[in-house]
Ligand binder design. Structure first.
Ligand code: NAP
Length: 353
C-alpha cells in the first residue's frame, strides 16, 4: 500500500488551519508533516505557538512540529493553504512555482482564468484548467481553490436545481458566523446584542464566484454562467455555521415536489467515488418549520452536509429556502480536503509515493 501524502499547512495556527489539523488527524490518505504561520509563531513548536480553539484536544502528532515560514521548501508533497488573502497570492504562487500542488482556501487565485474554483459535487470538469497551468509551473506545481464559505453552500444547494431546471436568478441574504472572520475576528462589543450588515468583499465574492462555478468548461476555458446573483451579507452572533435565505428564479415552471426531490436525491462524483470526506448525502432537506438552525444542523454529515429548510414557493421569484453549512468545515478546511481527495482519485496527484 502507498504511504500517506505528506502535507504542509500554511496558516496552520488560524481558525481554518486548526480545522485542517483536526480533520487530518486520522485521515487515511494524508499526514501533516509541516506547519507554517506568521513570524509571531515561527521558531516555536506548534503546541506552543497555537492556542487551540476547537473542542477536543490538539492532535498529539502535530504538537512538536516546528512552525516554519510559509515559503518553499517545506517537507511535504503538497500544501493546504489557509493564509490571509493579502499574502496568499505571492506565497501560494511561490509554492506552485517550486513544484508543490497548492490546495487553497484563500481568495487570492479563485477568479484566475486558469485556476479551478472547485466544489467536487458541482464542477469537477473544471479540473481541465490544470492543463493550462502546466506551462506556467514547469516543475509540476499547480493551484486549486475552493470557493468562499458562503458561496459553497449557495452553489451546492443550487447545483441540482440548476442542472434540472436552469437557475436564471438567485438572491441570497446571508447570516454569517463569527468564526468566519478568523481569530480574534469581530470585537465582542461590536457583535453582542447586534448584527453587522457588512462583511468586506463578501457580497462581491458570492456574486462573482457563483457564476464561475456554474460556468461551462470548454476548449480550455470557462464561460461564466449567465445567472444573475445578488447577495447581501450579515455577521451574526453565532460561533460556527453560516446561513442564507435564498430566492431562486428558474428557466421553466417547476413544482414544489420537483424542487424538493431534486435537492434530496442529489448525489455526485464524490459519493460515487466514495471519497473519504464526502458525505453520503450532500444536501439534507428538513420539513420542520424552524430548521435549519446553526446549533442543531451545522454538524450534519460531519460538517460536510448542507441543510435546506423553509422550502416554499416565493411571491416574487419562484421558490425560496434557507440553507445552512458549517463554515470552517464544508466552507473551508473540509472543502479543501475533499478537493485533494478528488485530485488523488482523478490522478492529478502522483500516486506512486
Ligand atoms: N474562517 C472561515 O470560515 C473561512 C472560510 C473560508 C475561507 N477562509 C479563508 O481562509 C484564510 C484563513 O482564515 P482564518 O479564519 O483561519 O484566519 P485566522 O484565524 O486569522 O488565521 C490566519 C493564519 O494565517 C497566519 N498568518 C497571518 N499573517 C501571516 C503572515 N504575514 N505570514 C504568514 N502567516 C500569516 C496566522 O499565523 P499566526 O497565528 O502566526 O498569526 C494564522 O495561522 C483566509 O484567507 C480566509 O479568507 C476562512
Amino acid at each position: 500500500m502507498s504511504r500517506k501524502y505528506r502535507v504542509g499547512i500554511l496558516g496552520a495556527t488560524g481558525m481554518v488551519g486548526q480545522r485542517f489539523i483536526q480533520l487530518l488527524a486520522d485521515h487515511p490518505q494524508f499526514e501533516v508533516t509541516a506547519v507554517a504561520a506568521s513570524d509571531r509563531s515561527q521558531g516555536k513548536a506548534y503546541g506552543e505557538a497555537c492556542t487551540w480553539r476547537l473542542s477536543g484536544e490538539m492532535p498529539s502528532a502535530v504538537r512538536s512540529l516546528p512552525v516554519q515560514p510559509p515559503a518553499p521548501p517545506l517537507d511535504c508533497d503538497l500544501v493546504f493553504s489557509s493564509l490571509p488573502g493579502e499574502i496568499a497570492r505571492e506565497t501560494e504562487g511561490s509554492f506552485a512555482a517550486a513544484g508543490y500542488p497548492v490546495i487553497s482556501n484563500s481568495s487570492a487565485f479563485r477568479m484566475d482564468e486558469d485556476v479551478p474554483l472547485l466544489i467536487p459535487e458541482v464542477n469537477h470538469q473544471h479540473l481541465g484548467l490544470l492543463e493550462r497551468q502546466r506551462s506556467k509551473y514547469s516543475r509540476g506545481g499547480f493551484i486549486v481553490t475552493n470557493p468562499n464559505c458562503s458561496t459553497i453552500m449557495l452553489a451546492l444547494a443550487l447545483a441540482p436545481l440548476h442542472a434540472s431546471f436552469g437557475v436564471e436568478a438567485t438572491v441570497a441574504t446571508t447570516l454569517q458566523a463569527l468564526s468566519g472572520a478568523g481569530y480574534p475576528g469581530v470585537a465582542s462589543l461590536d457583535i453582542l446584542d447586534n448584527v453587522l450588515p457588512y462583511i468586506g468583499g463578501e457580497e462581491e465574492k458570492i456574486e462573482s464566484e457563483t457564476t464561475k462555478i456554474f460556468g461551462r468548461f470548454a476548449e480550455g476555458r470557462i464561460d461564466l454562467a449567465p445567472m444573475a446573483v445578488s447577495a447581501q451579507c450579515h455577521r451574526v452572533n453565532v460561533m460556527d455555521g453560516h446561513m442564507a435565505a435564498v430566492r431562486v428564479k428558474f428557466a421553466r415552471a417547476v413544482t414544489l415536489d420537483e424542487v424538493r426531490d431534486s435537492l434530496t436525491s442529489f448525489r455526485s462524483l464524490p459519493q460515487e467515488l466514495g471519497l473519504y470526506s464526502a458525505p453520503a448525502t450532500p444536501i439534507v432537506v428538513r420539513d420542520e418549520p424552524d430548521r435549519p438552525q446553526p446549533k442543531l444542523d451545522r454538524d450534519a454529515g460531519n460538517g460536510m452536509t448542507i441543510t435546506v429548510g423553509r422550502l416554499n414557493p416565493d411571491t416574487v421569484l419562484d421558490y425560496r429556502f434557507v440553507v445552512l453549512s458549517h463554515n470552517t468545515i464544508r466552507g473551508a478546511a473540509g472543502a479543501a480536503i475533499l478537493n485533494a481527495e478528488l485530485l488523488i482519485a482523478l490522478r492529478h496527484l502522483p500516486d506512486s509515493l
